[in-house]
Design a protein around this ligand. Structure first.
Ligand code: NAP
Length: 315
């Protein structure tokens, strides 16, 4: 039986993969769900030991040093160095241990700041990323360069997937470090509990495409079995792009929060939009019908999960 090694298994996407695997009853594989307790992937010898132990045929590399706008701005050295090290070690070991297929995870937020929209898979290196997340972005861009180098020189089937903003249960709900949706959920929870205004950082006008974590998990498992494209945007369509203000209103509705929502414009908005074109994905999916979770449903499930798991959530 072939083994799929999944790094970052304790994270937002890793947990969603575990849930989808359990639901889909995919018993034809063995799964090695890896967290930093199994190996520090910034360390090459620990990473090698991991590959020696599991001898994976497939690797889904999700582990990363990840965060929202403010973590990206305040922890540039950590974002650059940890991601470069982890990615370098995983790709090198995937080659050395003759992994049949590696899926490595990029992000639409690493694309050029000044660009035309929508962005597609070919446009990653057409200009510098937004200054706010340049350290994270260049580390991730190097992951793509490394995967392509192995693909071109050795024929390795190393694939880069490119998700948009992700949200769902098991996210990092920390007020400073988290991405926009989990941070807003936590803030609204506190505002409701303490009868205080719900304060959203920035103007609320930036546009984002949000993908529900379980949808992304299903797509990643689909890519593993069905696609060998060297890079693929995994996203809801352009018409499902929404403002951060809209998401804040949805979140407030789920909490039955009726006090005021205030926008603190002294905080940065980050990049105004990153509209991604998912037409290559839709074309490849063709006959495999895929229904994306709409934001109303996704926010409902995520808020419910956060309330029920508050004690153990990453806050
Ligand atoms: N979240 C988003 O909106 C978003 C958007 C686009 C792309 N992505 C990409 O999607 C992937 C998954 O993101 P996520 O949101 O699921 O991340 P996450 O929730 O922050 O989880 C990060 C995972 O990485 C592991 N990890 C961190 N440092 C490690 C180390 N030194 N050694 C081993 N494991 C380490 C963590 O393990 P421990 O729990 O043991 O520390 C955890 O399992 C990442 O590649 C990210 O760049 C995320």
């Amino acid at each position: 039986m072939k083994t799929i090694l999944i790094t970052g298994s304790s994270g937002l996407v890793g947990k969603a993969i575990q849930q989808v695997v359990a639901e889909q009853n995919k018993e034809q594989y063995k799964y090695a769900y890896i967290t930093s307790k199994d190996a520090d992937l910034t360390d090459i010898s620990e990473t090698r030991q991991l590959f020696e132990k599991y001898k994976p045929s497939y690797v889904i590399h999700l582990a990363a040093c990840v965060g929202g706008l403010y973590k990206n701005m305040n922890c540039k050295v950590e974002m650059l160095e940890k991601n470069m090290l982890m990615n370098f070690n995983i790709v090198k070991c995937a080659h050395d241990f003759k992994v049949e297929k590696l899926i490595a995870c990029l992000s639409t937020c690493i694309f050029p700041d000044n660009t035309t929209y929508p962005i597609n898979e070919e446009m990653l290196h057409n200009g510098p990323p937004h200054h706010s997340n340049d350290a994270y972005a260049y580390a991730k861009r190097m992951l793509e360069i490394q995967c392509n180098a192995y693909r071109e020189n050795f024929g390795d089937n190393f694939i880069c997937i490119i998700p948009t903003n992700i949200y769902g249960p098991n996210d990092n709900f920390n007020l400073e470090d988290g991405h926009v949706i989990p941070s807003l959920i936590h803030k609204c929870y506190l505002a409701k509990k303490n009868d205080k205004p719900f304060i959203v950082r920035g103007t609320g006008s930036p546009l984002r495409q949000f993908i529900y974590s379980e949808d992304l998990a299903k797509l990643i498992l689909w890519v593993l079995e069905n696609s060998n494209e060297k890079s693929l945007i995994l996203s809801v369509s352009e018409k499902d792009e929404v403002t951060i203000g809209h998401m804040a209103t949805r979140i407030a509705k789920e909490f039955d929060y009726e006090n005021s929502i205030q926008f603190d414009t002294s905080f940065s908005d980050g990049q105004y939009k990153k509209t991604a074109d998912n037409s290559k994905l839709i074309e490849l999916l063709k006959d495999d019908k895929f229904n994306f979770t709409n934001v109303e449903e996704g926010i409902k499930k995520t808020v419910k999960w956060f309330i029920e798991n508050y004690e153990n959530a990453r806050i």
